[in-house]
Design a binder for this molecule. Structure first.
Ligand SMILES: CC(C)(COP(=O)(O)OP(=O)(O)OC[C@H]1O[C@@H](n2cnc3c(N)ncnc32)[C@H](O)[C@@H]1OP(=O)(O)O)[C@@H](O)C(=O)NCCC(=O)NCCS
Length: 277
């Protein structure tokens, strides 16, 4: 049984995580404002950057405040328990609830990490397939699924898509998250397990994804390691370093690529073909 001290510690931990997510969101907002105004203001380089960073931070802080209140309010519901969770496909009917759940799951990215466009596009067969046609890096053929409870509440989301460069061998996992109030109950693991099984059933040899070493995605790295998704590459993140520092990221942010081999492993001593009796 959970003691009240444990509950308080858990709430405090989640509040701390939520503050981190709010700050992270503000940094994204500031970055966007910075990029949007950089080309418009005719100041010498050294003054312009300083002035714009200041302005961008104000925008980020103001815009980030309501989000911070929202995620902190969400922490109060941390004691809610998920029961009878199962996985269903994204449909037009559950789309609004799916978008709301994923926005909550990715609240550390605010409006700049928004799943709505990808979720909607995945339900439009023409649009979904067309996105792959020209550019090998473009993502397409996406499908999304939701972890729902008995009442149909959406608790988490996951998805699989293809890219032009490795379409034949790999599925990529995307928009995998669990709403903060439902974390720590095995739903994330359920979503990753499902994604692996679905990719294998689709005939893919690898499940791949990209993530980052940002604080908001730290829990995911532990989950990925446990699920056998090993790091296979990384590259510098596109968020400017000074904004990373302002957001509390001590180490330079990296985009991190992970993959797991889905092919059945050969067990030493057991022949893989039919027995020659
Ligand atoms: C990552 C995330 C999906 C995990 O969801 P979850 O439902 O809490 O995960 P689970 O309860 O299934 O935990 C599975 C394992 O992950 C690890 N884990 C989960 N949360 C953790 C945390 N806060 N700190 C350390 N490890 C954690 C644990 O090893 C756990 O196994 P255990 O319970 O046996 O110790 C969730 O934290 C989330 O939505 N994060 C924000 C979105 C995100 O980062 N998505 C990925 C973007 S690349």
């Amino acid at each position: 049984m959970t003691s009240s001290a444990d509950s308080i510690a858990s709430l405090e931990q989640r509040a701390e995580q939520s503050i981190g997510e709010g700050v992270n969101w503000a940094v994204h907002a500031a970055g966007d404002a910075y990029k949007a105004t950089k080309s418009l203001v005719p100041l010498p380089e050294e003054y312009r950057d300083a002035a714009l960073v200041g302005a961008a931070l104000v925008v980020g802080a103001v815009a980030g405040k309501p989000l911070l209140s929202r995620v902190l309010a969400g922490s109060e519901a941390a004691v809610v328990k998920a029961e009878g969770v199962h996985i269903v496909p994204l449909t037009r009917e559950n789309l609004p609830r799916a978008v709301a759940a994923a926005k909550e799951g990715f609240s550390y990215g605010g409006p700049f990490l928004s799943p709505a466009k990808d979720f909607k596009a995945s339900l439009d067969p023409l649009l979904n397939a067309r996105r792959l046609s020209m550019d090998p890096k473009v993502e397409a053929n996406a499908r999304y699924w939701l972890a729902v409870d008995k009442k149909g509440n959406v608790l988490g989301t996951t998805g699989l898509y293809e890219t032009g460069k490795d379409q034949a061998e790999a599925a990529w996992m995307g928009w995998m998250s669990v709403r903060p109030a439902y974390r720590g109950q095995g739903i994330g693991k359920m979503l990753v397990d499902f994604s692996k099984e679905q990719a294998a059933a689709d005939g893919k040899q690898f499940l791949r994804l990209y993530t980052s070493n940002a604080r908001g995605e730290a829990a995911a790295q532990v989950l990925y390691e446990k699920e056998g998704l090993r790091i296979v590459g990384s590259e510098p993140h596109t968020i400017p370093r000074f904004l990373q520092i302002l957001g509390g990221e001590k180490k330079p942010l990296q985009i991190v690529f992970r993959e797991v081999d889905l092919r059945p492993r050969k067990i030493p001593g057991i022949p893989s073909g039919p027995s020659g009796a």
